[in-house]
Design a protein around this ligand. Sequence first.
Ligand SMILES: [Zn+2]
Length: 196
Amino acid sequence: MAAHELYLLPSGTLALPRSTLVRGSSQTQEELLPVYSALIRTDDGDIVFDTGLDPDGNRDPSALGAGAARMLRSFTEQDDLRSRLRDAGASEDKVAAVVPSHFHFDHIGALRFFTRSKVYVQNAEHRMATHPDLRYTASRKLFDHPLDYHLIDGDTQIVPGVWALATYGHTPGHQSLVFTLPETGVVVLTGDAVYT
Ligand SMILES: [Zn+2]
């Protein structure tokens, strides 16, 4: 079995009006959203799913951009993905593959540090991020780096037993990650395809 361990790595907390998440609900009630990344240890190396918030934002929230800074409720130095990886006995320098679910700021904040990893992104997501329409703006400074991008179309095996699954909708090229753990069984990390 290719995947043998899963770590969920907390990366701060955002808040949104409940009505943004659940149609027709309160516009004033605030809903807290945990930001997280995942480390999956496999026979073919470590895989990281999503990279949380930009670590520059934990000393200066304005580094996240004005809109994101308004949503920020907590983000400590421990929440820096690099620190979380070290706590789990891993390192951004030794990650085989990174799979960002999509290019919203709270999913690719630390992507630029994975200079030695293959980065798997759906073609549709990359195209929309580089040629955004008015409703979709991905922060260029978070993804426009000389990373080893592999643009993929639809369901794609990342390493044996670990699949990126096309779950378009939240954004044009949103993807989830599917794998099987020895004791847990099938795991689906859904990113923002499923909020609750
Ligand atoms: Zn999103």
